[in-house]
Design a protein around this ligand. Structure first.
Ligand SMILES: *Cc1c(COP(=O)(O)O)cnc(C)c1O
Length: 586
């Protein structure tokens, strides 16, 4: 069959998977994401388009984005609405659905974004929008801010995403979706939308166990948070009020808890549940005993996160890497000097950017450590500064270092904001000894430059709070080894002295209480930096380059979304059979 015909045949009108996510990092110019969860969703969509997986995604529009972060000289964060021109990026659709919120009828429309994969295949993303003149002023703001507002605002958003999302897909003609993927619990109310559709086909009688089972059979739930506090909860009174009697009655079938817990609901309504790394699957299993919880370790979209210099390098040596990142395995054959040249280009890009932004005189020959992610407390952004004298002594004796940080704090997270200020204080305290910069408004653009341009990617989460983490994988796509606490993906990706270095060689070596753990991890971090990382970087450059090569071959080839989506297809969606049925029968 000619390629074109095959393409047509493998392009069924009906998506087999509907992917629901509160945030999606589609494009650096579309600020509808806050951090790792959204970027993962974006990388999933990019991969689905590359491999022609018939998938449609649903999220909210967020006309004001998450926020634009401004930092003053002391590191005090202020948040501004993101100004972006929706019409420049998205296509407005005619479809409308209505949704009841606490008895009010709210009109919802959708914008379409089509991500085109390497094969030319398009995956549609529908962004729901309530900013319509028919709606009240307040309801018009409902699709305004990602993770903004209070609990009531959030609940209304989640009703919109879940129930509104299902109704919108149906209105758009996507009626026979095989699997519905809940990327985190935010979208769990979609079960009500699915039940409603089941009920309609059965002539609007009562909800039956068969309908519940039919819905369960289609739902796949990925949990991303190993801490109970990270799970969305709403007072039952509020949930009942917002949802109304009919939907509330259906929810009660799924459990009679004292709160509406979105994770509990998602667990009960899904046939397949997974955590986002091996360890996280185990932790989730102990958090929610009684539910079989699988593990599918996260990945990143190879072509998105490899810097231009690495695109060129891989194109020369592993030309199929974009279509099949597994072939990065063959990076073991790339000559060391070419890896170093590519790294040097990525590093210069970063150093130039830093000097342009901060005038801190960063030097391309100096070992550069990077740390960038949301400023959540458990990520312990300030751990490296635990003992300033020790850090100064290391820089004096083992060689020069320079440090680059970035990351936003959630607007309501005072502890996170304090941490950003603290890093600025340490920056000032280290002046003359170690150059430190904190770059503002961390986003996908900055992440690309940072993850690729540093020499070593630092990660210091408080175990077991890091479900997976993905920024270290972005670094690995560029040969950048990690120096990280053994948590999340790093438990799988770490080979000591080969793909990077562990902080605290055994997970158990540093046990509670938290203060003890901080001191213990900080000491382990200094030891590793002084005795392994710096000697390797400065005095055994060939060995360092060898590690870069293994980082690509071992971790780049595995921690990518092509492998991850294949696992979802095999284990979670189990759509392969029906997919090929359709391809064959047209
Ligand atoms: C990848 C990414 C993250 C996630 O970083 P982690 O280290 O996995 O927490 C957060 N924000 C942005 C902008 C990213 O690109």
């Amino acid at each position: 069959m000619a390629d074109e015909q095959l393409l047509k045949k493998t392009k069924p009108e009906q998506p087999l998977v509907a992917y629901f996510s509160m945030e999606i990092g589609l494009d650096p110019n579309i600020p509808t994401y806050a951090g790792g969860l959204g970027v993962l969703a974006g990388d999933t969509i990019r991969t689905a388009a590359d491999i022609r997986l018939p998938l449609a995604a649903v999220t909210l529009l967020y006309r004001s984005g998450h926020f634009f972060q401004r930092l003053d000289a002391q590191g005090v964060q202020t948040e501004e609405p993101v100004k972006w021109i929706v019409e420049d990026f998205l296509e407005l659709l005619d479809a409308r659905v209505a949704i009841e919120l606490e008895g009010r009828t709210v009109q919802v429309r959708a914008w379409r974004y089509a991500y085109t994969g390497q094969s030319g295949y398009q995956v549609p993303v529908y962004l729901l929008d309530t900013d319509l003149p028919e709606n009240s002023e307040w309801d018009r703001t409902l699709t305004g801010v990602l993770y903004g507002g209070d609990q009531y605002y959030r609940l209304c958003q989640e009703v919109l995403l879940g129930i509104g999302g299902v109704r919108m897909l149906h209105t758009l003609g996507h009626r026979t979706i095989g699997r519905v993927h809940l990327n985190e619990g935010h979208a769990a109310l979609l079960v009500l939308g699915l039940l409603e559709a089941e009920q309609a086909t059965e002539g609007a009688g009562p909800v039956t166990p068969e309908m519940i089972e039919a819905v369960r059979d289609r739902c796949v739930f990925t949990t991303h948070t190993p801490v109970p506090a990270g799970h969305d909860q709403f007072p039952t009174e509020m949930a009942h009020r917002v949802l109304g009697d009919r939907f509330w009655g259906w929810l009660r079938i799924y459990g009679q808890d004292t709160v509406l817990n979105m994770t509990a609901l998602a667990l009960r309504c899904s046939r397949y549940v997974n955590g986002v790394a091996m360890k996280h699957g185990e932790v989730s299993h102990s958090l929610f005993p009684g539910y079989p919880i699988h593990s599918i370790t996260n990945g990143v979209h190879a072509a998105t996160w490899a810097a231009p210099a690495f695109h060129a390098l891989y194109d020369r040596h592993v030309p199929d890497w974009r279509r099949d990142p597994l072939t990065l395995r063959y990076a073991v054959g790339i000559p060391g000097h070419e890896i170093w040249e590519a790294h040097d280009r990525a590093k210069r890009r970063l150093i130039e950017f830093i000097n342009h932004e901060t005038n801190e005189g960063f030097d391309v020959n100096v070992l550069t450590l990077g740390f960038a992610r949301r400023a959540a407390s458990y990520k312990r952004v300030a751990l490296l500064f635990h003992d300033l004298e020790r850090l100064k002594a290391i820089a004096k004796q083992a060689g020069r270092i320079q440090l680059v940080f970035s990351g936003k704090s959630h607007p309501h997270d005072q502890a996170g904001k304090d941490l950003i200020r603290l890093v600025h204080q340490f920056r000032d305290a280290l002046r003359g000894h170690i150059p430190v910069v904190y770059l503002g408004n961390y986003d996908m653009v900055l992440a690309k430059i940072l993850c690729a341009g540093v020499d070593v990617w630092l990660n210091t989460p408080l175990p077991p709070h890091e479900a997976s983490g993905t920024s270290g994988m972005k670094a690995a796509m560029n040969g950048v080894p990690s120096l990280s606490v053994l948590d999340g993906w790093w438990i799988e990706g770490h080979i000591e002295g080969v793909t990077g270095w562990a902080i605290g060689d055994r997970v158990e070596a540093c046990l509670e209480p938290k203060e003890g753990m901080d001191a213990c991890h900080a000491a382990a971090l200094y030891d590793k930096l002084e005795q392994k990382v710096m000697p390797c970087f400065y005095r055994d450059r060939n060995r360092f380059i060898e590690m870069m090569r293994y980082t690509v071959a071992v971790n780049g080839s595995f921690f990518n979304t092509h492998r991850m989506v294949a696992q979802y297809m095999n284990d979670a969606y189990s759509v392969l059979e029906s997919y090929y049925d359709r391809v064959i029968t047209g």
